[in-house]
Design a binder for this molecule. Sequence first.
Ligand SMILES: Cc1ncc(C[n+]2csc(CCOP(=O)(O)OP(=O)(O)O)c2C)c(N)n1
Length: 548
Amino acid sequence: VVIDELARNGVRLIVLSPGSRSGALAIAAAAHPGIEAIVVIDERSAAFHALGRSKATGAPAAVVSTSGTAPANWFPAVVEADMSCSPLVLLSANRPEELRGIGANQTIDQTRMFGDKVRAFTEIAAPGDEDLDAGWRAGVSRAVGAALGNGDRPGPVHIDIAFREPTVPVSDDGRTRADPYPYPTEGRPGGAPWEHAPSAARGEVPRLGYRPRGLVIAGDGAYDRPGLMSAASELGWPVLGTALSELRGTPVIDSYHHLLAAPVPDRLRPQTVVAVGRIGPSERLEALFGMGEERVRIDAWGRHIDPGRNATSTHAADPVAALRHVEVGDRDETWAQEWATAASRVRRALRDDLAATTAASGAGVATALDVVDWGCLVAASSLPIREIDAHITRSGPVVANRGASGIDGLVSTALGVASALPRTVAMVGDLSLIHDGNGLLHDGRRDLVLVVVDNNGGGLFDSLPQATHAPGYERLFVTPHGRDLADLARFHRVGHARVEAMEGLVGAVEDALARGGTTLVVVPVDRAHDLATRRRLDAAAVSAVGDA
Ligand SMILES: Cc1ncc(C[n+]2csc(CCOP(=O)(O)OP(=O)(O)O)c2C)c(N)n1
């Protein structure tokens, strides 16, 4: 009943981890024709796998685990799902009430174990003598509704389900058989869900003032992208599109990260800046936001976003409706053109510089990926998301775990994305890869190319103050591991290619996509050269802006 009700509410992928108490859920999920059931051994990876699917489709995906520490391993993915507003359904099996708190094996208090990180917590009682079908179905249906937002933010929900033995038709001692459940279990006619989730409600449309020199910084979240572009264009305001806005390529300004390395000249200084959703990873966008006289934050999910604590107003509203609501005054026709010119000069300078360098760098990898015909790009936290944000000009789905910016769970997130979107390519740091190596322990087929920037540790720290001020910097922060990632590929029986020269990268990724299955394409990168490249690109952008 529980699994069927999940399917009726739009769940198509259930990620199972092994265990006895959850056995009935696993058997039912594997048998349900409307569900893909995949087994992932490590529960932390399992939850990220489901999260990747949810991020790729916007539909809820589910995980099932046994009792005890098993569901506790979901916590990192729950945090990310909460922060990134991704619908995720967590189904933990548990002992029935009478076996809790008395020292029964593998039994912990699972009640509200994810605290306020979940949108809803529901307990489903073990089947007993009374008819519980409606209660089970209503509980599941309402929980999925809450995961989808129910008029508010989407996010994770937790359903804890009690099972009395026997958990399969025969009990542990092999003797007892359970009586058949005597009540009807059909659910609503026509395969309908038990309850229909109310549609999302939006706040009132704010009335923003008009100034000719306005900028829109498009971040993550739920809004109509083409609608935002046309509304901004009506106002004569350029749109700066972050990687997670998926708005890239002319007329979108996508070279802002290096462009903003220069002091912003007067001709590019905004009067109004409207930030839509969360606008990372480039911290330079926050500085640009701070330059506006009017600084507006709008989030369709109503998240409170104001990291600089400098917004002149914040709104829980549809950003497109808000921009359409602005009464246009006298436009400054040179304004958008100034931004477009600076942005395209910077883009050309970045491309020219990288074309003249043969040594591998993160920027070079991202630039090569701009040429690959990917269906979805997954970006690991740390440098990969920053390089993708700086260098990708193709628009298309981009997924990253930027809700909480963990480097964990990335392999599994990408595998979950690949379960729904063809030609998924992920750009990953070596630590991110190793951290979630267990994600490769699954029994599904996933076509995924993981392009690994192998700089032997965390290269991001080279740009942080620790690099020059912390004793023991290399060991304590960079954590060079010296592992050969080909060994990881061999252990997990996935494909492997090593690309030393940048000009071979596009071909290697295209080949791996054509072959199918999962492949690690490892690009060794020297950390010092990588840092020097980022600085050189900043300098190239500064002179490109200055020359205009
Ligand atoms: C779960 C988690 N642990 C630790 C961190 C802190 N952290 C941020 S970046 C980073 C290094 C990542 O290294 P790698 O994945 O190789 O990427 P690179 O920095 O080289 O781009 C670490 C450990 C984090 N963000 N998330």
